[in-house]
Design a protein around this ligand. Structure first.
Ligand SMILES: *Cc1c(COP(=O)(O)O)cnc(C)c1O
Length: 223
């Protein structure tokens, strides 16, 4: 990918998004040289899915001190502590045990990470996350995770859906967030919807996404 085209793509997409939507650059497998061009083009949010890759990139990008790092990949419990050291946002909190583990570790580390709860609106054997009934059943336990700042929901539609079905998934995620919000939990906020990737972010924004996670459309195909 030609460098000037990275900044052009960022500028074009940024201009097409409502100003309230946070553009998160998904930089898994993207070399740090290219991440610096994204930074120069105004990106301040990087998303990664692997702990080790993130640790080495953060070491190389130490001088970019105003970057926010987002974890978007499935997190194994044994890497939870490392994740809290590396990331300010965790979009992929996908079960109660992980939330409780993160909560306990956050207390020990003295951090208060922002998190999204990953939900599956449709069954999807290839992804982790709560089903809607499971999530509703776990809310009172999640509300006890007071060291986490639960900010909203994250979703990824199953592969292979038509646009109308994708829109439906995003709209239902938005409605679920409103339903949870209306229950007035003391420690669960539903101000954010992390939804939309390169292929479907336009639909996600129409459905109320507040954060889009874009990789391919900014940096080209991952190798
Ligand atoms: C890789 C990934 C993205 C970015 O996908 P693109 O199609 O390259 O934009 C977004 N969200 C998650 C959870 C991912 O794993």
């Amino acid at each position: 990918m030609i460098i000037s085209s990275i900044s052009e793509r960022i500028a074009t997409i940024r201009a097409s998004l409502p100003t309230s939507v946070r553009l998160i650059a998904v930089t898994k497998t993207v070399p740090t040289e290219l991440m610096r061009y994204a930074y120069a083009a105004g990106i301040r949010d990087f998303a990664e899915s692997r702990i080790q890759e993130t640790a080495s990139k953060q070491a190389e990008l130490q001088d970019l001190s105003d970057v926010t790092w987002h974890l978007i990949g499935h997190l194994q419990s044994n890497k939870a502590k490392k994740a809290l050291e590396l990331f300010q946002w965790i979009h992929s909190v996908d079960n109660l045990q992980l939330a409780q583990r993160l909560n306990q570790l956050a207390s020990q580390l003295g951090v208060n990470p922002q998190v999204c709860l990953q939900v599956k609106i449709l069954p999807d054997a290839n992804k982790s996350g709560w089903s809607v009934p499971e999530l509703l059943a776990d809310l009172s336990d999640l509300n006890q995770c007071k060291n986490l700042q639960i900010q909203g929901l994250m979703t990824i539609p199953p592969a292979g859906l038509h646009d109308a079905e994708i829109i439906n998934v995003f709209n239902r995620t938005n409605e679920l967030a409103k339903e949870i919000q209306s229950q007035n939990w003391s420690h669960i906020k539903m101000q954010h919807l992390s939804m939309g990737m390169s292929g479907d972010y336009v639909l996600a924004v129409q459905a109320g996404a507040t954060m889009v996670r874009l990789g391919t459309i900014l940096f080209g195909q991952r190798s």
